[in-house]
Write a protein that binds this ligand. Sequence first.
Ligand code: F0G
Length: 468
Amino acid sequence: MKFPSEPFKIKVVEPIRRTTREERDRLLRHAGYNLFQVPAESVYVDLLTDSGTSAMSDNQWAGMMLGDESYAGSKNYFHFEEVVRSICGYQHVIPTHQGRMAENLLFSTVLKPGMCVPNNIHFDTTRANVEHQRAEALDVVIKEAYDPHCEMPFKGNMDLIQLADAIDRIGRDRIPLVMITITNNSGGGQPVSMANIRETRALVNRYGIPLFFDACRFAENCFFIKEREPGYAEKSVVEIAHELFSYGDGCTMSAKKDGLVNIGGFLSLNDDQWTQDITNLLILVEGFPTYGGLAGRDLEAMARGLLEVLDEDYLSFRVGQVRYLGELLDQAGVPILKPIGGHAVYLNAKEFLPHIQQAQFPAQSLAVALYREYGIRGVEIGTVMFGKKDVGTGRTIHPELEMVRLAIPRRVYTNMQITYVAESIIELYRRRQGIHGLALTYEAPVLRHFTARFEELRAIPILQQAAS
Ligand code: F0G
């Protein structure tokens, strides 16, 4: 396996407070076994998300000092606009404080009740923002995306037959745009191929429907194209990004991922009328169009981050570090989703803990055990997050996949810390029989995973049991 050597050195460090198993056990009880309720300073390796958790470079921090905090016409806005245009090539650039605001502005403007937005798989906030307009968020990813064992290079691809059928069935007038999420986060951080994007473009052209990207992890997607798609090995990631965006009419972006910043996002598009309507709304809810809910210094950090993320040395380390973790686990027989995605490794909890039925939350139980034993925080992506109540019977309908996502923050953890994560999980896998299920004791009516509370079904400490 290739050891991903770091293309940077450390200039500033943030100490991590070590905790004991007893302390973590107490924190878990207090948190109702919900890791969103555990204070971050009590986590050793925090893999809850790769969003907003990046380490900025010295160049970005230097840019922060050059923040022009003028209300209108800040010089940082013009730099940011120039950078976004140079990458995406769209006419208009609208800054927002994060990705979901870009989605909210777009969908509030273009959607009416009863309309539909097809996407490979909508991310939660995209889906919620579409549904907030009383429109349908339709997933049209290829069926292999739902098979954790299927190894395909571009498992994030759109199913073009399903998409064409959907457009014919729903009607062009009820589909104001089609979206493609790069990489496909909800499907395991899987990339979309250039060929599939090109074909999607050709298809929507036949109907005159605009194509937008949910571009949070565009650079990682472009790097996969370079690595895996015939004809792209000799192209630079920048050239690949230019071609990719050229097939679209616009994009929404959470710069908290591939913008390498802790806060920020944008919307970029060609349509003048949509831009005018969105800008009017932006002024109402976010801020003036040259800052859009951010400080000038944030815009500068974002402009610099967007250029840095296209550095191929960085991308090869980034994707390599995620792959390194996945391969260590895979080689030890730990069940993970394949192939390994761009920003995260997903543990397959159904196979990790076959003795825990889905009604007893195996992925949540696994995430709890990982934190209690080793101080590592991942996130449950399974029944807690996506389980639905059947209105008739009141019974829970379980999602197909039961996962723990280990999302790797960008440029934050050393390879030794990543090795620690792998060794911990491998050890936990050997002791998996000692992990017990959970029972739900409280749930909110919507987005229950953030505040749900649980009880352990059998509170036997895993390591003690393994030792006895
Ligand atoms: N689209 C995708 C594909 C995302 O992964 C996210 C955020 C968003 C949109 C929304 O962006 O958070 O800036 O408003 N994903 C984070 C995650 C939260 O953990 O995967 P945001």
